[in-house]
Ligand binder design. Sequence first.
Ligand code: FAD
Length: 444
Amino acid sequence: MTRSLHIVGAGMAGSEAAWQAAEMGVPVVLHEMRPRVGTFAHRTGQFAEMVCSNSFRSDDDERNAVGLLHWEMRAARGLIMEMASAHRLPAGGALAVDRDPFAESVTARLRAHPLISVVEEELAELPSDGDWIIATGPLTSSSLAESIRAVTGAQSLAFFDAIAPIVYAESIDMSVAWRQSRYDKGETEDERTAYINCPMTRDQYEAFIDALLAAEKTEFHEGETAGYFDGCLPIEVMAERGRETLRHGPMKPVGLTNAHKPQDKAHAVVQLRRDNKLGTLYNIVGFQTKMKYGAQTSVFRMIPGLENASFARLGGIHRNTFLNSPTLLDDRMRLKLRRNIRFAGQVTGVEGYVESAAMGLLAGRMAAAEILGRDLPPPPPETAMGALITHITGGAEAKTFQPMNVNFGLFPPIDAKGGRRGRKDRYKAYTDRAKAAFTEWLAA
Ligand SMILES: Cc1cc2nc3c(=O)[nH]c(=O)nc-3n(C[C@H](O)[C@H](O)[C@H](O)COP(=O)(O)OP(=O)(O)OC[C@H]3O[C@@H](n4cnc5c(N)ncnc54)[C@H](O)[C@@H]3O)c2cc1C
Protein backbone atom coordinates (compact mmCIF):
# COMPACT_ATOMS: atom_id res chain seq x y z
CA MET A 1 0.00 0.00 0.00
CA THR A 2 1.19 3.52 -0.76
CA ARG A 3 2.55 5.35 2.30
CA SER A 4 0.56 8.36 3.48
CA LEU A 5 1.90 11.88 3.26
CA HIS A 6 1.25 14.05 6.33
CA ILE A 7 0.82 17.75 5.69
CA VAL A 8 0.66 20.23 8.55
CA GLY A 9 -1.22 23.47 7.95
CA ALA A 10 -4.11 23.87 5.52
CA GLY A 11 -3.21 27.40 4.46
CA MET A 12 -2.23 28.44 0.94
CA ALA A 13 0.76 26.09 0.79
CA GLY A 14 -0.61 23.07 2.67
CA SER A 15 -3.90 23.08 0.74
CA GLU A 16 -2.11 23.13 -2.61
CA ALA A 17 0.41 20.50 -1.49
CA ALA A 18 -2.41 18.19 -0.36
CA TRP A 19 -4.26 18.61 -3.66
CA GLN A 20 -1.18 17.93 -5.80
CA ALA A 21 -0.10 14.85 -3.84
CA ALA A 22 -3.61 13.38 -3.78
CA GLU A 23 -4.04 13.99 -7.50
CA MET A 24 -0.85 11.99 -8.01
CA GLY A 25 -2.46 9.09 -6.16
CA VAL A 26 -0.81 9.46 -2.75
CA PRO A 27 -3.02 9.33 0.37
CA VAL A 28 -2.78 12.55 2.39
CA VAL A 29 -3.48 13.28 6.05
CA LEU A 30 -3.96 17.02 6.42
CA HIS A 31 -3.41 18.35 9.96
CA GLU A 32 -4.91 21.79 10.66
CA MET A 33 -5.16 23.34 14.12
CA ARG A 34 -7.92 25.82 13.32
CA PRO A 35 -10.65 26.27 14.46
CA ARG A 36 -9.52 24.58 17.72
CA VAL A 37 -6.42 26.73 18.02
CA GLY A 38 -6.51 30.14 16.34
CA THR A 39 -3.94 32.73 15.28
CA PHE A 40 -4.15 36.48 15.66
CA ALA A 41 -4.83 36.95 11.94
CA HIS A 42 -7.12 34.09 10.88
CA ARG A 43 -10.88 34.54 11.48
CA THR A 44 -12.35 31.22 10.37
CA GLY A 45 -11.76 27.50 10.36
CA GLN A 46 -11.66 27.37 6.54
CA PHE A 47 -8.61 26.24 4.61
CA ALA A 48 -6.63 28.76 2.51
CA GLU A 49 -7.97 31.75 4.37
CA MET A 50 -6.69 35.07 3.03
CA VAL A 51 -5.62 36.82 6.21
CA CYS A 52 -5.34 40.36 4.91
CA SER A 53 -5.72 41.73 1.38
CA ASN A 54 -7.92 39.83 -1.08
CA SER A 55 -5.49 40.19 -3.97
CA PHE A 56 -3.37 37.66 -5.80
CA ARG A 57 -1.70 40.70 -7.43
CA SER A 58 -1.08 41.04 -11.18
CA ASP A 59 -2.58 38.44 -13.50
CA ASP A 60 -0.43 39.61 -16.43
CA ASP A 61 1.47 36.47 -17.37
CA GLU A 62 3.41 38.19 -20.15
CA ARG A 63 5.12 41.04 -18.35
CA ASN A 64 4.79 40.40 -14.64
CA ALA A 65 6.60 37.82 -12.51
CA VAL A 66 3.66 37.06 -10.20
CA GLY A 67 1.36 36.83 -13.24
CA LEU A 68 3.80 34.28 -14.65
CA LEU A 69 3.55 32.33 -11.39
CA HIS A 70 -0.25 32.29 -11.87
CA TRP A 71 0.28 30.87 -15.35
CA GLU A 72 2.61 28.14 -14.12
CA MET A 73 0.25 27.14 -11.32
CA ARG A 74 -2.66 26.97 -13.75
CA ALA A 75 -0.52 24.88 -16.12
CA ALA A 76 0.19 22.50 -13.21
CA ARG A 77 -3.56 22.29 -12.47
CA GLY A 78 -3.24 24.06 -9.14
CA LEU A 79 -6.31 24.09 -6.91
CA ILE A 80 -5.60 27.50 -5.40
CA MET A 81 -5.45 29.20 -8.81
CA GLU A 82 -8.48 27.33 -10.07
CA MET A 83 -10.57 28.48 -7.10
CA ALA A 84 -9.13 32.01 -7.17
CA SER A 85 -10.11 32.33 -10.83
CA ALA A 86 -13.56 30.90 -10.11
CA HIS A 87 -14.14 33.54 -7.42
CA ARG A 88 -12.55 36.45 -9.22
CA LEU A 89 -13.75 40.00 -8.52
CA PRO A 90 -13.37 42.86 -11.00
CA ALA A 91 -10.01 44.57 -10.33
CA GLY A 92 -8.44 45.63 -13.62
CA GLY A 93 -5.28 43.65 -14.30
CA ALA A 94 -5.11 42.25 -10.78
CA LEU A 95 -6.60 38.97 -9.62
CA ALA A 96 -8.83 40.02 -6.72
CA VAL A 97 -10.64 37.20 -4.97
CA ASP A 98 -13.95 36.89 -3.15
CA ARG A 99 -12.25 35.55 -0.05
CA ASP A 100 -14.97 33.61 1.79
CA PRO A 101 -16.39 31.62 -1.15
CA PHE A 102 -12.79 31.04 -2.29
CA ALA A 103 -11.74 29.54 1.06
CA GLU A 104 -15.00 27.56 1.33
CA SER A 105 -14.55 26.03 -2.09
CA VAL A 106 -10.90 25.09 -1.43
CA THR A 107 -12.02 23.45 1.83
CA ALA A 108 -14.90 21.61 0.16
CA ARG A 109 -12.72 20.27 -2.67
CA LEU A 110 -10.06 18.99 -0.27
CA ARG A 111 -12.55 17.45 2.16
CA ALA A 112 -14.33 15.71 -0.72
CA HIS A 113 -11.17 14.20 -2.20
CA PRO A 114 -11.19 10.42 -1.65
CA LEU A 115 -7.47 10.34 -0.84
CA ILE A 116 -7.47 13.21 1.67
CA SER A 117 -8.39 12.92 5.33
CA VAL A 118 -8.37 15.87 7.68
CA VAL A 119 -7.26 15.88 11.31
CA GLU A 120 -8.13 18.94 13.36
CA GLU A 121 -5.14 19.16 15.66
CA GLU A 122 -2.06 21.19 16.39
CA LEU A 123 1.23 19.48 15.70
CA ALA A 124 3.42 20.43 18.65
CA GLU A 125 6.65 18.68 17.72
CA LEU A 126 8.65 18.03 14.62
CA PRO A 127 8.09 14.33 13.83
CA SER A 128 11.05 11.99 13.55
CA ASP A 129 9.60 9.46 11.12
CA GLY A 130 7.05 9.25 8.30
CA ASP A 131 6.71 11.56 5.31
CA TRP A 132 5.84 15.12 6.26
CA ILE A 133 5.37 18.57 4.81
CA ILE A 134 5.33 21.41 7.33
CA ALA A 135 3.37 24.33 5.89
CA THR A 136 2.41 26.17 9.05
CA GLY A 137 3.04 29.64 7.70
CA PRO A 138 4.11 32.96 9.18
CA LEU A 139 2.07 32.32 12.32
CA THR A 140 3.33 28.80 13.07
CA SER A 141 2.14 27.86 16.57
CA SER A 142 4.69 28.56 19.27
CA SER A 143 5.17 24.99 20.45
CA LEU A 144 5.97 23.77 16.94
CA ALA A 145 8.23 26.79 16.36
CA GLU A 146 10.15 25.93 19.53
CA SER A 147 10.52 22.35 18.39
CA ILE A 148 11.80 23.46 14.97
CA ARG A 149 14.29 25.72 16.73
CA ALA A 150 15.45 22.89 18.96
CA VAL A 151 16.18 20.73 15.92
CA THR A 152 17.63 23.35 13.58
CA GLY A 153 19.36 25.75 16.00
CA ALA A 154 18.37 29.08 17.49
CA GLN A 155 19.72 31.17 14.60
CA SER A 156 17.80 29.16 12.01
CA LEU A 157 14.26 30.31 12.71
CA ALA A 158 13.23 33.96 12.76
CA PHE A 159 10.02 35.30 14.31
CA PHE A 160 9.95 38.62 12.48
CA ASP A 161 11.01 39.78 9.09
CA ALA A 162 12.72 43.14 8.88
CA ILE A 163 12.94 43.74 5.19
CA ALA A 164 15.08 46.47 3.76
CA PRO A 165 14.05 47.60 0.27
CA ILE A 166 15.63 45.66 -2.58
CA VAL A 167 16.73 47.48 -5.72
CA TYR A 168 17.45 46.12 -9.19
CA ALA A 169 21.20 46.60 -9.73
CA GLU A 170 20.68 47.79 -13.30
CA SER A 171 18.60 50.76 -12.08
CA ILE A 172 21.35 52.22 -9.87
CA ASP A 173 23.18 55.21 -11.37
CA MET A 174 26.81 54.13 -11.20
CA SER A 175 28.03 57.52 -12.41
CA VAL A 176 27.07 58.73 -8.91
CA ALA A 177 27.45 55.56 -6.83
CA TRP A 178 30.59 53.42 -6.56
CA ARG A 179 31.56 49.93 -5.42
CA GLN A 180 33.62 49.59 -2.25
CA SER A 181 33.44 47.75 1.07
CA ARG A 182 34.06 49.88 4.14
CA TYR A 183 37.84 50.17 4.76
CA ASP A 184 38.28 48.03 1.63
CA LYS A 185 37.75 44.98 3.80
CA GLY A 186 37.86 41.57 2.18
CA GLU A 187 40.28 38.95 0.93
CA THR A 188 39.19 39.04 -2.69
CA GLU A 189 38.37 41.81 -5.17
CA ASP A 190 34.78 40.56 -5.09
CA GLU A 191 34.57 41.10 -1.31
CA ARG A 192 36.35 44.46 -1.46
CA THR A 193 33.70 45.69 -3.90
CA ALA A 194 30.70 43.95 -2.35
CA TYR A 195 28.83 47.18 -1.55
CA ILE A 196 27.45 49.97 -3.69
CA ASN A 197 27.75 53.39 -2.00
CA CYS A 198 25.56 56.44 -2.52
CA PRO A 199 27.02 59.69 -1.13
CA MET A 200 25.02 62.53 0.43
CA THR A 201 25.94 66.16 1.09
CA ARG A 202 24.80 67.82 4.32
CA ASP A 203 21.82 69.45 2.54
CA GLN A 204 20.79 66.18 0.93
CA TYR A 205 21.01 64.40 4.29
CA GLU A 206 18.91 67.03 6.08
CA ALA A 207 16.25 66.93 3.34
CA PHE A 208 16.24 63.14 3.54
CA ILE A 209 15.71 63.16 7.33
CA ASP A 210 12.85 65.68 6.94
CA ALA A 211 11.20 63.42 4.36
CA LEU A 212 11.62 60.35 6.56
CA LEU A 213 10.04 62.05 9.55
CA ALA A 214 7.14 63.37 7.49
CA ALA A 215 6.45 60.11 5.60
CA GLU A 216 3.27 58.15 6.18
CA LYS A 217 3.85 54.99 8.26
CA THR A 218 1.93 51.73 8.61
CA GLU A 219 0.54 50.80 12.00
CA PHE A 220 1.62 47.54 13.60
CA HIS A 221 -0.83 44.66 13.41
CA GLU A 222 -2.48 43.32 16.49
CA GLY A 223 -0.26 40.55 17.80
CA GLU A 224 2.95 42.15 16.60
CA THR A 225 5.02 42.95 19.62
CA ALA A 226 7.72 45.56 19.89
CA GLY A 227 10.16 43.13 21.50
CA TYR A 228 12.09 42.58 18.30
CA PHE A 229 12.86 46.24 18.04
CA ASP A 230 16.22 45.91 19.75
CA GLY A 231 17.65 44.06 16.78
CA CYS A 232 16.11 45.90 13.88
CA LEU A 233 14.83 49.41 14.45
CA PRO A 234 12.92 50.87 11.54
CA ILE A 235 14.95 53.63 9.90
CA GLU A 236 12.29 56.27 10.66
CA VAL A 237 12.34 55.34 14.36
CA MET A 238 16.11 55.84 14.34
CA ALA A 239 15.59 59.25 12.73
CA GLU A 240 13.02 60.14 15.40
CA ARG A 241 15.61 59.46 18.08
CA GLY A 242 17.82 62.23 16.72
CA ARG A 243 18.71 63.79 13.38
CA GLU A 244 22.28 62.50 13.61
CA THR A 245 21.40 58.92 14.62
CA LEU A 246 21.44 57.54 11.08
CA ARG A 247 24.73 59.29 10.29
CA HIS A 248 26.25 57.38 13.19
CA GLY A 249 24.44 54.18 12.25
CA PRO A 250 23.69 52.66 8.86
CA MET A 251 24.53 55.90 6.99
CA LYS A 252 27.93 56.55 8.54
CA PRO A 253 30.34 57.90 5.93
CA VAL A 254 33.59 56.47 7.34
CA GLY A 255 36.02 54.12 5.59
CA LEU A 256 34.77 55.04 2.11
CA THR A 257 36.26 57.15 -0.69
CA ASN A 258 34.08 58.44 -3.50
CA ALA A 259 35.54 56.84 -6.64
CA HIS A 260 34.20 59.65 -8.86
CA LYS A 261 35.27 62.55 -6.61
CA PRO A 262 37.98 61.31 -4.21
CA GLN A 263 38.49 64.82 -2.77
CA ASP A 264 34.82 65.10 -1.64
CA LYS A 265 34.04 63.90 1.88
CA ALA A 266 30.45 62.68 1.99
CA HIS A 267 28.30 63.86 4.92
CA ALA A 268 26.49 60.50 4.92
CA VAL A 269 26.59 57.36 2.78
CA VAL A 270 23.81 54.92 1.97
CA GLN A 271 25.18 51.43 1.35
CA LEU A 272 23.59 48.70 -0.73
CA ARG A 273 24.66 45.09 -0.34
CA ARG A 274 24.41 42.31 -2.89
CA ASP A 275 21.30 40.26 -2.18
CA ASN A 276 21.68 37.27 -4.52
CA LYS A 277 24.42 35.28 -6.14
CA LEU A 278 23.39 36.52 -9.59
CA GLY A 279 24.23 40.08 -8.49
CA THR A 280 21.01 41.43 -9.97
CA LEU A 281 19.53 42.57 -6.62
CA TYR A 282 20.89 44.86 -3.89
CA ASN A 283 19.34 45.62 -0.48
CA ILE A 284 19.70 49.01 1.18
CA VAL A 285 21.65 48.16 4.31
CA GLY A 286 19.84 48.79 7.59
CA PHE A 287 16.82 50.39 5.90
CA GLN A 288 14.03 48.21 7.30
CA THR A 289 11.00 50.44 7.55
CA LYS A 290 7.30 50.76 8.34
CA MET A 291 6.81 53.59 5.83
CA LYS A 292 3.90 53.10 3.45
CA TYR A 293 4.91 51.84 0.02
CA GLY A 294 4.22 55.09 -1.84
CA ALA A 295 6.24 57.04 0.72
CA GLN A 296 9.14 54.59 0.49
CA THR A 297 9.48 55.01 -3.25
CA SER A 298 9.59 58.79 -3.10
CA VAL A 299 11.84 58.97 -0.04
CA PHE A 300 14.35 56.39 -1.30
CA ARG A 301 14.56 58.04 -4.72
CA MET A 302 15.95 61.11 -2.94
CA ILE A 303 19.16 59.10 -2.41
CA PRO A 304 21.80 60.20 -4.94
CA GLY A 305 22.26 57.35 -7.42
CA LEU A 306 18.78 55.94 -6.72
CA GLU A 307 16.77 58.68 -8.47
CA ASN A 308 15.54 56.14 -11.03
CA ALA A 309 15.71 53.06 -8.82
CA SER A 310 13.34 50.19 -9.56
CA PHE A 311 12.43 48.21 -6.48
CA ALA A 312 12.20 44.42 -6.56
CA ARG A 313 10.47 44.75 -3.21
CA LEU A 314 9.87 47.49 -0.71
CA GLY A 315 10.72 47.35 2.98
CA GLY A 316 8.59 46.13 5.84
CA ILE A 317 8.55 44.66 9.32
CA HIS A 318 6.07 41.93 10.21
CA ARG A 319 5.43 39.05 12.53
CA ASN A 320 6.72 36.19 10.44
CA THR A 321 8.12 32.80 11.37
CA PHE A 322 10.54 31.62 8.71
CA LEU A 323 13.52 29.33 8.31
CA ASN A 324 16.97 30.15 7.11
CA SER A 325 16.18 27.97 4.12
CA PRO A 326 19.42 28.56 2.18
CA THR A 327 21.29 26.72 4.93
CA LEU A 328 18.61 24.27 6.08
CA LEU A 329 16.80 22.96 2.99
CA ASP A 330 18.07 20.94 0.06
CA ASP A 331 16.85 21.64 -3.47
CA ARG A 332 13.95 19.20 -2.97
CA MET A 333 12.78 21.35 -0.01
CA ARG A 334 13.81 18.66 2.48
CA LEU A 335 15.28 19.52 5.85
CA LYS A 336 18.91 18.44 5.47
CA LEU A 337 18.92 17.28 9.09
CA ARG A 338 15.78 15.13 8.69
CA ARG A 339 15.09 14.35 5.08
CA ASN A 340 11.69 12.83 5.84
CA ILE A 341 10.47 16.39 6.47
CA ARG A 342 9.85 19.01 3.82
CA PHE A 343 8.86 22.61 4.42
CA ALA A 344 6.57 24.65 2.17
CA GLY A 345 4.97 28.07 2.01
CA GLN A 346 5.83 31.26 3.77
CA VAL A 347 7.78 29.44 6.48
CA THR A 348 10.44 28.68 3.82
CA GLY A 349 11.08 32.39 3.28
CA VAL A 350 8.89 33.21 0.34
CA GLU A 351 6.37 35.97 0.81
CA GLY A 352 2.76 36.24 -0.31
CA TYR A 353 -0.30 34.08 -0.95
CA VAL A 354 0.73 33.13 -4.50
CA GLU A 355 4.38 32.38 -3.73
CA SER A 356 3.34 30.30 -0.71
CA ALA A 357 0.84 28.28 -2.73
CA ALA A 358 3.47 27.77 -5.45
CA MET A 359 5.95 26.35 -2.96
CA GLY A 360 3.17 24.10 -1.66
CA LEU A 361 2.58 22.89 -5.19
CA LEU A 362 6.24 21.94 -5.60
CA ALA A 363 6.57 20.34 -2.16
CA GLY A 364 3.39 18.30 -2.70
CA ARG A 365 4.58 17.02 -6.07
CA MET A 366 8.11 16.30 -4.86
CA ALA A 367 6.94 14.45 -1.74
CA ALA A 368 4.39 12.42 -3.69
CA ALA A 369 7.00 11.53 -6.32
CA GLU A 370 9.37 10.35 -3.60
CA ILE A 371 6.68 8.16 -2.02
CA LEU A 372 5.97 6.70 -5.45
CA GLY A 373 9.66 5.85 -5.83
CA ARG A 374 10.48 8.63 -8.29
CA ASP A 375 12.66 11.70 -8.08
CA LEU A 376 11.23 15.01 -9.18
CA PRO A 377 13.86 17.70 -9.75
CA PRO A 378 12.82 21.33 -9.20
CA PRO A 379 11.71 23.34 -12.26
CA PRO A 380 14.61 25.15 -13.98
CA PRO A 381 15.58 28.61 -12.62
CA GLU A 382 14.28 30.27 -15.81
CA THR A 383 10.73 29.57 -14.57
CA ALA A 384 9.02 31.57 -11.81
CA MET A 385 8.72 28.55 -9.52
CA GLY A 386 12.27 27.50 -10.32
CA ALA A 387 13.62 31.03 -9.66
CA LEU A 388 11.91 31.10 -6.27
CA ILE A 389 13.00 27.64 -5.13
CA THR A 390 16.56 28.28 -6.38
CA HIS A 391 16.62 31.54 -4.41
CA ILE A 392 15.40 30.11 -1.12
CA THR A 393 17.42 26.90 -1.25
CA GLY A 394 20.78 28.44 -2.07
CA GLY A 395 20.68 31.46 -4.39
CA ALA A 396 20.00 33.96 -1.60
CA GLU A 397 22.70 35.19 0.76
CA ALA A 398 22.14 33.04 3.87
CA LYS A 399 23.50 35.65 6.30
CA THR A 400 20.99 38.31 5.36
CA PHE A 401 18.16 36.03 4.25
CA GLN A 402 14.72 37.69 4.41
CA PRO A 403 11.44 36.60 2.82
CA MET A 404 11.12 37.28 -0.89
CA ASN A 405 8.36 37.92 -3.40
CA VAL A 406 8.78 36.53 -6.90
CA ASN A 407 10.43 39.11 -9.21
CA PHE A 408 12.49 39.11 -12.39
CA GLY A 409 15.67 39.88 -10.43
CA LEU A 410 15.60 36.23 -9.27
CA PHE A 411 15.76 34.90 -12.84
CA PRO A 412 18.99 34.30 -14.76
CA PRO A 413 19.40 37.59 -16.65
CA ILE A 414 18.37 37.92 -20.25
CA ASP A 415 20.42 40.10 -22.58
CA ALA A 416 23.36 40.11 -20.21
CA LYS A 417 25.50 41.35 -23.05
CA GLY A 418 23.85 44.74 -23.04
CA GLY A 419 20.93 44.35 -25.40
CA ARG A 420 18.82 47.47 -25.70
CA ARG A 421 15.34 46.05 -25.57
CA GLY A 422 12.75 48.11 -23.76
CA ARG A 423 11.90 46.87 -20.29
CA LYS A 424 8.47 45.59 -21.39
CA ASP A 425 9.96 43.56 -24.24
CA ARG A 426 12.56 42.19 -21.90
CA TYR A 427 9.91 41.03 -19.41
CA LYS A 428 8.07 39.36 -22.28
CA ALA A 429 11.31 37.58 -23.17
CA TYR A 430 11.57 36.36 -19.55
CA THR A 431 8.02 35.02 -19.54
CA ASP A 432 8.32 33.39 -22.99
CA ARG A 433 11.49 31.63 -21.90
CA ALA A 434 9.84 30.59 -18.59
CA LYS A 435 6.71 29.18 -20.22
CA ALA A 436 8.72 27.03 -22.61
CA ALA A 437 10.92 25.74 -19.78
CA PHE A 438 7.97 25.10 -17.46
CA THR A 439 6.04 23.23 -20.14
CA GLU A 440 9.06 21.02 -20.73
CA TRP A 441 9.49 20.39 -16.99
CA LEU A 442 5.81 19.45 -16.61
CA ALA A 443 5.97 17.05 -19.54
CA ALA A 444 9.09 15.35 -18.16
C1 FAD B 1 -1.00 39.59 9.40
C2 FAD B 1 -0.60 39.08 8.06
C3 FAD B 1 -1.04 39.74 6.93
C4 FAD B 1 -0.68 39.27 5.65
N1 FAD B 1 -1.15 39.90 4.54
C5 FAD B 1 -0.86 39.41 3.30
C6 FAD B 1 -1.41 40.01 2.14
O1 FAD B 1 -2.15 40.96 2.22
N2 FAD B 1 -1.10 39.48 0.93
C7 FAD B 1 -0.29 38.39 0.80
O2 FAD B 1 -0.06 37.95 -0.33
N3 FAD B 1 0.24 37.80 1.90
C8 FAD B 1 -0.02 38.29 3.15
N4 FAD B 1 0.51 37.71 4.27
C9 FAD B 1 1.36 36.62 4.14
C10 FAD B 1 0.44 35.39 4.12
O3 FAD B 1 0.25 34.80 5.35
C11 FAD B 1 1.00 34.37 3.34
O4 FAD B 1 1.24 34.96 2.13
C12 FAD B 1 0.17 33.13 3.15
O5 FAD B 1 -1.05 33.02 3.82
C13 FAD B 1 1.09 32.11 3.65
O6 FAD B 1 0.63 30.87 3.26
P1 FAD B 1 1.07 29.63 4.12
O7 FAD B 1 0.33 28.48 3.60
O8 FAD B 1 2.53 29.54 4.17
O9 FAD B 1 0.57 29.99 5.60
P2 FAD B 1 -0.96 30.17 6.10
O10 FAD B 1 -1.83 30.51 4.98
O11 FAD B 1 -0.88 31.06 7.27
O12 FAD B 1 -1.32 28.69 6.56
C14 FAD B 1 -0.69 28.07 7.65
C15 FAD B 1 -1.70 27.18 8.33
O13 FAD B 1 -1.03 26.40 9.32
C16 FAD B 1 -1.86 26.32 10.49
N5 FAD B 1 -0.95 26.00 11.60
C17 FAD B 1 0.00 26.78 12.17
N6 FAD B 1 0.69 26.09 13.11
C18 FAD B 1 0.15 24.85 13.14
C19 FAD B 1 0.43 23.67 13.92
N7 FAD B 1 1.41 23.62 14.81
N8 FAD B 1 -0.34 22.56 13.70
C20 FAD B 1 -1.34 22.57 12.77
N9 FAD B 1 -1.65 23.66 12.02
C21 FAD B 1 -0.89 24.79 12.20
C22 FAD B 1 -2.51 27.69 10.53
O14 FAD B 1 -3.71 27.64 11.27
C23 FAD B 1 -2.78 27.96 9.05
O15 FAD B 1 -4.02 27.50 8.63
C24 FAD B 1 0.16 38.15 5.53
C25 FAD B 1 0.62 37.51 6.68
C26 FAD B 1 0.25 37.96 7.94
C27 FAD B 1 0.75 37.24 9.15
